[in-house]
Design a protein around this ligand. Structure first.
Ligand SMILES: CC(=O)CC(=O)SCCNC(=O)CCNC(=O)[C@H](O)C(C)(C)COP(=O)(O)OP(=O)(O)OC[C@H]1O[C@@H](n2cnc3c(N)ncnc32)[C@H](O)[C@@H]1OP(=O)(O)O
Length: 298
């Protein structure tokens, strides 16, 4: 087993998931370098992380000092070459196989440590499809975090037929010993464990609303009050992002050809209309700038 502790992490993408992964890593005393294409995107990512750290302070999860120290440990770059010394890189860009594969091809050239972990936070794309974009698929693994990353304690670790044992041990040890997350191991199948169960449920809820079977409010209320879920499936679809739910559904449909995994027309139309959920200000519900749902009807 590789015993050297991971202290230098890279995160590709400062969207919702990338920011969350960067934040929890910085809070765990790790040096974090975040890649974003432009200064504007980097600034937006940093602002998102600082807001979440503030929320951590205001809810008593971290102290002011921990907040400051975490903020110091975060650096941003728009040059992938800066990732040469990283021991672990987590890719968290848009859920698009081609975009992700191109990033893995670049990381393969840039990251020098032969035992470095090249991880994808993909929600559903089989990891082997990213491994084959590199010359060393033994370094490639799935590390799938859950939104909101600072709050939800799970990481799915997905090994491929080629992932090296030392790499999987390093990834698991980072998630559990350094970040304090719980780990589950999944086979390399589209959707892994959680989304293979969650996404058909979300799609079924969209179909219920689409067919007029029940209102979105009643569907959500049924699952919150009747099944003790923290939020209903349509509010959760808004949280995950309708575009992301569609991409996950597409990957799963592509892999299994199971009709339950196909995205319903209402979801497709809403994505085309830009109504992709909380991050865009509107999806099944409308959201204020602070992310709170402002309107539960409409
Ligand atoms: C698509 C994929 O590939 C995978 C996915 O991500 S699937 C989506 C998975 N996510 C879910 O299912 C989310 C379901 N929803 C929830 O868990 C909850 O509704 C929620 C956590 C989002 C919000 O819950 P809430 O009760 O309204 O919020 P709030 O009370 O402010 O926060 C909940 C807890 O998180 C803590 N918290 C909130 N923000 C925090 C932050 N930035 N840092 C640290 N802690 C934070 C709060 O202190 C609170 O802790 P306690 O329970 O100990 O008091």
């Amino acid at each position: 087993m590789t015993s050297d502790k991971i202290q230098r992490v890279g995160v590709i993408g400062a969207g919702i998931m990338g920011s969350g992964i960067a934040e929890v890593s910085a809070r765990a005393h790790v040096d974090v370098l975040v890649f974003e294409k432009t200064r504007e995107l980097a600034a937006a990512g940093r602002a998102r992380i600082l807001r979440s750290l503030d929320r951590g302070v205001s809810t008593g999860k971290i102290t002011e000092r921990e907040r400051e120290q975490a903020a110091w440990r975060l650096r941003f770059t728009s040059d992938l070459e800066d990732f040469a010394d990283r021991q672990l890189v987590v890719e968290a860009v848009v859920e698009d196989e081609k975009t992700k594969a191109e990033i893995f091809t670049e990381l393969d050239k840039v990251v020098t440590d032969p035992n470095a972990v090249l991880a994808s936070n993909t929600s559903s794309i089989p990891i082997m499809k990213l491994g084959i974009a590199t010359t060393a698929p033994e370094r490639v693994i799935g590390m799938h975090f859950f939104n909101p990353v600072p709050v939800l304690p799970l990481v799915e670790v997905v090994t491929t037929l080629k992932t090296g044992r030392a790499v999987s041990q390093r990834a698991e040890s980072f998630a559990s010993d350094i970040l304090g997350k719980q780990v589950v191991r999944s086979s390399d199948r589209a959707g892994f464990i959680a989304n293979a169960l969650l996404v058909p449920y979300l799609l079924s809820a969209v179909r219920m609303v689409e067919s007029g079977f029940a209102t979105k409010e009643d569907v959500d209320k049924a699952m919150v009050l009747g099944c003790a879920h923290p939020m209903g499936p349509l509010e959760l679809t808004d949280l995950v992002g309708l575009d992301t739910v569609k991409s996950i559904a597409d990957s799963m449909y592509d892999e299994f050809k199971e009709p339950l995994y196909s995205a319903p027309p209402l979801l497709l139309r809403m994505v085309e209309a830009g109504l992709v959920g909380k991050k865009s200000g509107a999806g099944f519900y409308e959201y204020a700038d602070n992310g709170r749902a402002t309107k539960k009807a409409g």
